[in-house]
Structures are given as structure tokens and as C-alpha cells.
Design a protein around this ligand. Sequence first.
Ligand SMILES: [Zn+2]
Length: 277
Amino acid sequence: MLVKKRIDYYPITVILLVLGIDLLIFFFSNSLWPLLIWMPLSLNIKGWICCWNHHHQHYNFFTVRWANRLIELIMGMQTGIVGEAWVLHHTLGHHLHYLDQSLDESAWKTPQGRLMSRLEYTFKVTLMSYPKAFKVGQRYPKYRNKLIQNLLLTALVLGVLCYIDWLKTLIMFIIPMVFLLFMSVHETYDHHAGLDEEDPHKATYNIMDRWYNLCTCNLGYHTAHHIQCGRHWSELPQLHEEIKHKIPAHLYREGTFPFNLITKIEEQFVELRHQRS
Ligand SMILES: [Zn+2]
């Protein structure tokens, strides 16, 4: 089988579908309007792809190297985070260091011990994301070399697209890549900010909203993810069940917009049906 877990056909299909629409509009639209309409609409779905890119870097979708490389190139073009950037900055950086703010690659605390604002965190961590990935790469030269290859390959593809039409490339690829790199970091502020803990069960916020977890592929089960980051995303709810008695109640948050709104509407709808029956 080409994929390790059949359930990964869900994110893979959406990723390829989004790529197909991007390319179709890029190559076949005679005006900029289709790009200007589709680009902002696609940002939300590409935001989910940021989460799936994260999951893939922890647990590759495919059983063969070429397919993993190809999907990483595509997700890099969709999210601004190329293959191995997640591995170095996040898996081999943040996951090993998140309980020590003096080492954490995604530190929410300043060296003076102050909690950063979301804006300060977003800019500092985003602007330092690739330099820090390279710094971690000093300890893992094999991954650092792959990061360089992925960056060069992504730049080459963008260069070819720019040669064909630089303005369309800017709108369809470069602006979303930069924006989503910032947004990925922006969203991670909610995972750990303010939790100065040594116990991993108390160092992470969780979101149980089912719409949020459907679209992010269980990113809300974040304590479970940090306890065993090698576990496939589909197994995180089960792992959460096993450890939830150790997670304090204040470490649960409601889903982010628009998931919280969808859940509220759904709850109202269910309550209405109960009242009528
Ligand atoms: Zn992770």
C-alpha cells in the first residue's frame, strides 16, 4: 500500500484537490479576478494543511520516499513550511525543549522571564523559524541537507512559475506562503503560552471541539501529541482517553473560530430536536 494509514487519504485528497485548483486557475485564467477570489478563500483550507503538514513530518503519509518528498514539496508551496523545517524546528527542537523556555525553539517567554504577547511571539518565532531550523540542523546534518535541498527545489519551482507569470505566482503562492507561515506560528501561541510547568500533562492546552479536530486532524489532543509525538494523529483520541485523568480541567479550551460557532449552532440544533421529540 502506498500510504501507511488509509485514513491519510483524507488529508492527501484535499491537498491534491487544492493544488489542482491552484494550478488550474494559475494556468487557465485570463484575468486576475479568479486568483483574487480563490486565494483568500483557500487560505482557510491551507491553514488546515499547515496542521496536516505538521502531522506528516511526525509520521510520514507514504511508505515510499519519492511520494513523501513530493507531498512535502506541494505542502511547502501551500503553507510556506518546506519539508524538514518542521522536523528540525519542531520535532527535534520544540518537542525536546518545550518544558525549558531557555531552550524552546517556540519559546513564549523572553530571556527576562516575561510572557510575550501573541503579536510579539508571532513575529519573533516566525522571523527566527528558518534560522533556528538551521541551528538545530547543526546537530542533525542529514536533515539540514534535506532542508537545503527542499528550499532550493521550492525556490526553483517558484522561479519557473515567476518566469511564466510573476504576478500570478505572487498572488497564488508567495503571499499565501508568507501569510500561513505567520499564521502557523500565531496559532501555536495557544498551545503552551503561560504554562511554565515541568509535568508534560500540565504544559499544554487541549481543544476537544469535534469540528476543530476534524479539520485539523486531531491537533486539539495536544497533550497526548506531546506525550507521544510519534503516534499517528488518528490514534491521539485513544491516547487522550488513557491520560486525561492527569490533565487539569483548566487546560481545555473551546475551538477557535469558526469551529466554536459551528459547534454552538450544532448544539442549539440538537437541543431544539430534543425539545420537539
Ligand atoms: Zn508536534
